[in-house]
Design a protein around this ligand. Sequence first.
Ligand code: HEC
Ligand code: HEC
Length: 388
Amino acid sequence: MRIAMLILVGLTACGGAVEPALPAADQLVEDADRFLEDRRYRRDALEASLWRPELPYASTRLQAYGLEAGGWDALPASVGLDLVPEQTPTSRHEWEALGERVFWELPMRWDGYLAWVAQRPDLWDELGFQTDERGALRGVVTFTDTRGVQRTGVTCGACHGAGGVAGRPNRELDLGRARALFLAERGLPTAPFDGWGPGRVDVTDDGVDDPLTYPYLFGLGQQRHMNRSAAIDIDGNPAAVAIRFETQYIEGHSFGGRPDRRLPLALAIFVLSLGADVPQPDMTAPDAAVFARSCGGCHAPDQGLSGGLVPAELLTSDPVAAASAKRGTGYYKVPSLLGQADGGPYLHNGGAASFADLLDAGHPLGQTLNPGDRAAVLRFLSTLRSQP
Ligand code: HEC
Ligand code: HEC
């Protein structure tokens, strides 16, 4: 009971559950001109989203983005030139269509080991890389970087587009092993990459080895925070999602340029729309009542089964990533469960291989369910597929 109270206090303190007037993607379409033309609007959206401004992830952006002069806004708009539309989209449909292309085609970053993998089709299967209808590596593209050098990079679709479904993570993709093999061939040390396992990558250089699973992206538009440790508050502020992507491209292209802002804007509209055709859970089924009682206090049915923040030390989850010096807040957000029956592993670090494992480990607070409730919850979870 005491624990439950603590959590409720935590949730009300951090949830700030003000319903946005419009679904996030519509709001962003409506605000498109301001995002593109009004620096102050972007700066305000950035500041509102970084609720822990002292974290290095936040302070880097606060020092460089949306400034009155200089900073990242002064970089040439040279990233992703071939995707820049002749005319600015005018409808949600046109924005989404552009965003879909950006998702699959615009390299987020480039890496030497990827160029090596691209030349080794014999390794693709083993490393979990997928190919598209044309036999090309899904989410891996070759392009000319801002300095005129030929590079190989990953797009969003490599990690977040299994089977060609945008939003579904490719949990077989083993980028740690790909990197380790590349290094081994050069006689270089392979740690810590050889220890990550498939479906995970360490996205922060915080000096701690804390690889995170590629998350499902369905239902992001119903969530209040972005990233496992909730470093970015997007509640009623979907422009923060576009800024997140814009700054990610700037870093990924080594500060040599920035994308034309229509590209990250379109991408954010597309990503915030991703849950729309994923079946919503049927909360009238008898099994759903058990879920609602045992889990619904955190995984809210009207928010795609997502919710607020929980202090990491209360959870059975490994707290390391929540404590990351770079963007740890001390909390984990309650992620959306939409589409997650497509496959595990689950939790921020992939610590539970399946739903059954998760429940056996006593998620979230160490208590296990009685056999009847456990079976009902598992049946309910198994209905959460991304496609009917
Ligand atoms: C190399 C694999 C990889 C690539 C490529 C990648 N991501 Fe991610 N993405 C991740 C990981 C890992 C996380 C978890 C990060 C965290 O929680 O701190 C993540 C987190 C996210 C989140 C937050 C989800 C949530 O529920 O909080 C969004 C949204 C997202 N990515 C979208 C994108 C988009 C759009 C692109 C293309 C620009 C992209 N990602 C490229 C691996 C990747
Ligand atoms: C106290 C709040 C709370 C309750 C109650 C709760 N969860 Fe969670 N759940 C969380 C948090 C926080 C996470 C993220 C933890 C992490 O990433 O390590 C999570 C993660 C999950 C995940 C993994 C999702 C992913 O993206 O990998 C699943 C599945 C899940 N919960 C199912 C359940 C089920 C089933 C119940 C009921 C038995 C339940 N949860 C009860 C807070 C809660």
